[in-house]
Design a binder for this molecule. Structure first.
Ligand SMILES: O=P(O)(O)OC[C@H]1O[C@H](O[C@H]2O[C@H](CO)[C@@H](O)[C@H](O)[C@H]2O)[C@H](O)[C@@H](O)[C@@H]1O
Length: 262
């Protein structure tokens, strides 16, 4: 495991490593997926979930009594397919879908985006080479990983589109992606809902995330006395910083083993 790149007391952080700071039996765990649990890939469908990660998550979920949730920009159905056969509590499309426990139904927080909006986004960006449109119905992700130079043009087109559409739409930047979504929900609203559930309530919330899209949840951690673990970005709000997803996986393996033994 790499050493965290900001292990000292910068920003008032504890010098203790996370494996010593976090007692899994007292924590509620929230994990962003892409860039946090799994490595970034060139295409949304090209990611892989290591088998060891499945085992680790299964153990942590069991040992915490279900106080563990995936909180992602992907759909919950997409998360189930990726993490199969594991099924966990999950929030999808940036708080737009909630499954409050592993065996619950998926609850949609707002209506799907209208067809003319979704199709309008395809038309608007068709001429930009290397832009991939991922239509998740509740949100539309416009990826430019295949052509990073397209970022500024894409951003300005989408800002105008969202402002002209009105209708409570917002634009959320991510890792070489812009997502058009409703403003009414985000990862912060998702985490607040989980924390009201019996499996999560009364525990210390811990959110691990790598992206701008995780910042709403980071802010909620601060309101709730929780712990922010930032992956790959040294943010003042972070209680700890880990360099990359493989360091998260190694930390979780240690925590799962600790939980299993005690
Ligand atoms: O909130 P997350 O779980 O981090 O999901 C955010 C978005 O992740 C996916 O896109 C990102 O990962 C892809 C695979 O590594 C990468 O190719 C892309 O450039 C990234 O933006 C996913 O496709 C989106 O739907 C999620 O919203």
């Amino acid at each position: 495991m790499h050493a965290p790149f900001a292990p000292s007391e910068a920003h008032g952080r504890s010098a203790l490593p996370l494996e010593d700071l976090l007692n899994p039996h007292d924590c509620a765990f929230f994990f962003d997926v892409d860039g946090t649990l799994i490595d970034i890939a060139i295409h949304p469908d090209a990611v892989t979930v290591p088998k060891t990660l499945l085992k680790t998550l299964e153990t942590l979920d069991r040992e915490t009594g279900g106080a563990l949730a995936l909180v992602s920009g992907r759909t919950v159905a997409g998360l189930d397919a990726l993490f199969s056969p594991l099924r966990l509590a999950a929030s999808g499309v940036h708080g737009g879908e909630m499954r409050l426990s592993a065996d619950a139904e998926i609850d949609r927080q707002s209506p799907e985006l209208e067809k003319d909006i979704r199709h309008g986004l395809v038309d608007l960006t068709r001429h930009i080479e290397g832009v991939l449109v991922e239509d998740k119905k509740s949100t539309v992700a416009l990826h430019y990983r295949l052509n990073p130079e397209a970022g500024p043009e894409l951003k300005s087109l989408l800002e105008r589109f969202v402002s002209e559409a009105g209708n409570g739409l917002s634009l959320l930047p991510g890792r070489l992606v812009f997502e058009v979504k409703r403003a009414s929900h985000d990862k912060g609203s998702a985490v607040r809902q989980f924390m009201q559930m019996p499996a999560f309530a009364g525990r210390t919330p811990v959110f691990m995330g790598d992206d701008v899209t995780d910042e709403a949840a980071f802010a909620v951690m601060k309101d709730m006395g929780g712990v922010v673990v930032s992956v790959g970005r040294d943010l003042p709000i972070a209680d700890a910083v880990l360099p990359q997803a493989e360091d998260v996986r190694a930390l979780l393996e240690t925590l799962a083993e600790t939980a299993r033994r005690n």
